[in-house]
Design a protein around this ligand. Structure first.
Ligand code: FES
Length: 142
């Protein structure tokens, strides 16, 4: 088991880079570290970083960059599926924190996820499906 403190985003996926030789990366791969996270959304802070500050998550701070990067990866994956983060999703979030900041991490992920929002194309797609479904239902009952 690894601590995951080194977690970065490779092509949007949270990965532990301590186990990835540089030679395995392609020139086209996008690697985002905690230092580049805010720039990736063209803001002063990424919404997940802001949530971390609002909730005052860190204690010693060692694990925190990896926690934030893994949280962004998790939320991005879940939003890509067109749904919100649930408590069950958080139960599977397994980054080690020797200081035991887990309750605040969970709270921050939920807050950060709210601010990150589900991508528009999923919302539009869902609305269309709902409209279509409603249309069919109305048809059946008329
Ligand atoms: S804040 Fe100290 S290890 Fe997580």
């Amino acid at each position: 088991m690894v601590c995951k403190a080194c977690t970065c985003l490779i092509n949007g996926q949270a990965r532990q880079i301590c186990g990835i030789p540089v030679g395995q990366l392609k020139h086209t791969d996008e690697v985002i570290t905690i230092e580049g996270l805010a720039d990736s959304v063209r803001q002063e802070l990424h919404p997940m970083q802001q949530a971390w500050l609002d909730i005052d998550v860190p204690q010693c701070g060692y694990c925190q960059p990896g926690q934030i990067m893994d949280a962004v990866g998790l939320v991005t994956d879940i939003h890509a599926k067109g749904r919100q983060v649930t408590e069950a999703d958080l139960d599977l979030f397994r980054n080690e924190c020797r200081c035991g900041t887990y309750p605040r991490i969970r709270e921050a992920i939920l807050q950060g996820a709210q601010a990150m929002k589900i991508p528009t194309h999923h919302r539009v797609h869902k609305k269309r499906r709902r409209r279509k479904h409603r249309g069919r239902g109305a048809h059946k009952h008329s």
